[in-house]
Design a binder for this molecule. Structure first.
Ligand SMILES: [Zn+2]
Length: 134
């Protein structure tokens, strides 16, 4: 049970400082292939998305959108057993991954929500997918 219900903040366009920060973060954590996102991952990802093709977060919030991202519920941080544990995977659309999950993950990293909040097959306060807006 989360300590508080995470809410989503309005997004703004990234600026030069954001781009620099992202570049530094990429340098710190290494390339995608060095983090395990290799051919084996790409095949496993496709298999998982065929089995679970719908975004679990969109579904929980009342709409059906195709998933295109296999998210590690608990960030693996290089832990290969956590990386390959399919019970730690959830299908998300890129919007939910880049907005909802990243926001909740930051809250989790700061200790303001528990690990249970990282599983997104539930209602999320403030969730408004752009494809549901007028
Ligand atoms: Zn979604």
């Amino acid at each position: 049970m989360p300590k508080r219900v995470p809410t989503l903040k309005a997004r703004r366009k990234p600026n030069a400082a954001d781009t620099d920060a992202r570049r530094q973060e990429d340098q710190r954590r290494g390339s995608a292939s060095s983090r395990g996102y290799n051919v084996r991952w790409r095949k496993a990802r496709i298999t998982f998305l065929k089995r679970e093709p719908v975004c679990v977060c969109c579904t929980a919030n009342g709409v059906v959108h195709p998933a295109n991202t296999v998210d590690h519920i608990v960030p693996h941080r290089g832990d290969t057993s956590l990386f390959w544990d399919t019970s730690n995977w959830q299908s998300l659309c890129s919007w939910c991954h880049d907005n909802v999950k990243s926001s909740i993950e930051r809250a989790w990293e700061s200790g303001s929500v528990t690990t249970a909040a990282l599983t997104l097959n539930r209602k999320v306060s403030g969730w408004i997918h752009p494809q549901t807006r007028d």
